[in-house]
Design a protein around this ligand. Structure first.
Ligand code: FES
Length: 126
């Protein structure tokens, strides 16, 4: 299976960016992939409506972990409005490989977690 992954996906899987948790996140959200039970949690610190810091914890396959690592790299400094506009296309672009329906759920779990967290926020610190 590893031969199907691009080198960058493996790199993110082996050396994930932003792994961990924030002590006092402004937003935190966790969800699971219903097909396998794997989990992703994303913590965000928000300043003036923008992502100041992001950390994640994930239990899951290489695709879900690499996609989460890549997503967290992508969102630092972005506004919450920009996050709301992120879609499947952006995740698939950074992964750069074709995915079947099962693997697609793995790849998109992080986006679901991120957007659920961001949409759940009622107000944020300025
Ligand atoms: Fe569980 Fe991919 S197999 S997230």
């Amino acid at each position: 299976m590893d031969t199907l992954y691009r080198e960058e996906i493996l790199e993110h899987y082996k050396f994930p960016r932003n792994r961990g948790c924030l002590p006092h996140p402004d937003i935190t959200y966790k969800d699971t992939n219903p097909l396998c039970g794997d989990e992703v949690q994303i913590d965000l610190s928000v300043k003036e409506g923008k992502i100041a810091e992001v950390k994640f914890q994930a239990k899951g396959c290489a695709i879900s972990q690499a996609a989460t690592s890549m997503l967290t790299d992508m969102i630092e400094g972005k506004s919450l409005e920009e996050i709301k506009k992120l879609g499947k296309k952006e995740i698939l672009e950074v992964l750069g490989i074709e995915l079947g329906p099962v693997r697609l759920k793995c790849a998109l779990l992080c986006l679901k977690v991120l957007k659920s967290g961001v949409y759940g926020i009622k107000e944020w610190p300025t």
